[in-house]
Design a protein. Structure first.
Ligand code: ZN
Length: 362
């Protein structure tokens, strides 16, 4: 088996096993009444159910983190090194993980409080209110992510290469995006992989290019990548993505609420507001997610094809763009031809084989 096939196979097996284990362990956690015991243990600390829920989630989350630490280290550090993709030291990996978790906790606290508020106040109709809150939250997050969250992890600086700036200005005048929206970020501190992204909405919109991409790719190659990201901007993919995921979140929270209220009595609880029962929401969401994930990914892959079309139309560099995609695939050890079922279910981007073939037809 070649290097990229075995790398991707390991990553997939780890991620599927991790999800399957989370699913089973959470059901066991509630069924075995360990969650009720944890709730009783923390109840004396505060009389507020909101505070109790935060504490309960924090302790249960910490236990899960410790439980999965060896697997996360294996997949996130050991395997990345084994395949020559990582630039991190062990300490750096731990620090980055802790930073990631801390930001995650800060973002999660308002979501958990909003969830509990919805369930306490609106009973079985909690899903409508919660989905509406999640919509507002995701718009806010899309707005602040490039300004507040990304800089916590990476140093983001303007593109300094004069030649590249000139070509971005030229392409940007056609796409309606200013050169001041294009930045570099120091992804090389963590990885040898190269990447670029379009992020943010409104005034916070940005194209960010990995320094690894800027270092190892020619100006013409980088231009095609920027043109692809401009394609995401031009086709309003972020806003469309938020609208679509809001529709999906209303549907999925409705389904989650329905299954959850049935499970409550199966597991011997009397009310959906009981904190010890709430961990069940996660396996239920994972189950509903099995249906939503392939639909979301299919839409995302469509967006990628649209951005590719735009890149070719803007640069008129079909074969350079194809070479760039091949080069990125090699560098990132992506699988150019994954199993069709794996691609259908897990891939947010079409496999590079399909992208190159689609570009050929343009
Ligand atoms: Zn893209």
């Amino acid at each position: 088996m070649n290097k990229s096939k075995s790398y991707n196979r390991i990553k997939l097996v780890v991620s599927v096993s991790r999800n399957a284990a989370t699913f089973v362990i959470l059901l066991f956690f509630v069924w075995s009444e360990l969650s009720s015991e944890l709730y009783l243990l923390i109840s004396p600390i505060s009389g507020s159910e909101y505070l109790r829920l935060l504490l309960f989630t924090f302790i249960a989350g910490a236990l899960f983190t410790l439980l999965f630490l060896p697997l996360d280290y294996y997949s996130g550090f050991y395997i990345e090194h084994k395949f020559g993709l990582s630039n991190q030291t062990t300490i750096r990996w731990f620090l980055e993980s802790i930073k990631g978790m801390s930001v995650g906790i800060i973002l999660l606290v308002p979501v958990i409080l909003a969830f509990y508020f919805s369930i306490i106040t609106f009973g079985d109709n909690w899903w409508v209110i919660f989905a509406a809150i999640i919509f507002v939250f995701s718009v806010l997050l899309a707005r602040i992510a490039p300004i507040i969250i990304l800089p916590l992890f990476y140093k983001i600086t303007p593109i300094d290469d004069e030649d590249l700036r000139a070509s971005i200005t030229r392409m940007g005048s056609l796409a309606g995006l200013d050169v001041k929206n294009v930045y570099r970020f120091d992804m090389s501190k963590n990885t040898k992989k190269a990447n670029a992204a379009f992020t943010g909405i409104g005034k916070s919109k940005k194209i960010i290019l990995g320094d690894t991409l800027l270092a190892d790719f020619s100006k013409a190659e980088i231009e095609t990548v920027i043109a692809h990201e401009m394609g995401h901007y031009k086709n309003k993919h972020i806003i469309k993505g938020i609208i679509l995921s809001t529709i999906f979140s209303f549907i999925s929270f409705y389904l989650i609420a329905t299954v959850f209220s049935v499970l409550i009595s199966v597991f011997g609880f009397s009310s959906i507001t009981q904190i010890a029962a709430l961990p069940l929401i996660i396996p239920v969401s994972m189950f509903i997610g099995l249906a939503i994930t392939p639909i979301n990914n299919a839409i995302s892959r469509r967006f990628e094809y649209e951005a590719d079309n735009y890149a070719v139309a803007l640069t008129d560099k079909k074969s350079i763009f194809q070479d760039t995609l091949r080069k990125l695939t090699d560098k990132n050890l992506s699988d150019p031809e994954p199993h069709p079922l794996v691609e259908w279910f897990f891939y947010s981007h079409p496999s590079v084989g399909k992208r190159i073939a689609a570009i050929e037809k343009l």
